[in-house]
Design a protein around this ligand. Sequence first.
Ligand code: NAD
Length: 247
Amino acid sequence: MGRLAGRRIIVTGGASGIGRATARLFRQEGASVAVLDRSDNAAKAVADEIGAFAVTCDVSDPASVSAAVAKAAEAMGGLDGVVNAAGILSETGIADTPHDVFARTLAVNLTGTFLVIQAAAPFIQAAGKGTIVNIASGVGLIPTGPGSVAYVASKAGVVGLTRSAAMELAPTIRVNSVCPGAVETAMTAAHIRTADGAPNPAIAQRYALGRHGQPEELAAAILFLTSDESSFMTGIALPVDGGRTFH
Ligand code: NAD
């Protein structure tokens, strides 16, 4: 018996990085998993590999989200939880962030998380009990420096959205967020290592543990917040960041 035996969970952004590691771990722990991602081929490849359902979805599009969540719930015979891991990065500051880049970053990272919660909550309520885990970011708590204004705003928004949803959806649905530090995924590939493949010292020196993280280390924390082991936790923003923010 796994720690998620019998649970039916949607993982958005499950085709890559933290979402993929989470989908894989959840399957190992006995859950049925639906991978929702805008990337059809990658989602299907992951789903085939781990024995999950793949559903194409653009989380920034309300019609796409409601159709994909309904399809996932139908495929799994219901819904007990969601992990919102779909996201995009933008790394420009106030002066050089075009309006459309700011809007797109908010649309995927913040509005997308909201839309999935809105579509999924009735299914989870129908199941009687469940969880939502949103992937925010350590920069949503404390930015690492200037720049990334849209990304930071979107992730701080996810922390607030999580708290609001936790109040509104209690006691049936527990809603928590995790706030990763730098994790080695496609999103960070351009920065996390130097040209010779060594860890980027400019990133590593920010962390008490002196290194960046791996997707599996985030998946473990997301599993904890999805399992009954965290049954008295809701509305929190849990840093999983090698000691950068010390919250
Ligand atoms: P990733 O790029 O490896 O994976 C992101 C996934 O989201 C991809 O599969 C992509 O196709 C999907 N996606 C993007 N836009 C989408 C959309 N509109 N609709 C549906 N799917 C979409 O990145 P990752 O590092 O695994 O990031 C996962 C989450 O963790 C993101 O929310 C990211 O902001 C957050 N995060 C990552 C880090 C890090 O250092 N990697 C740190 C803090 C927070």
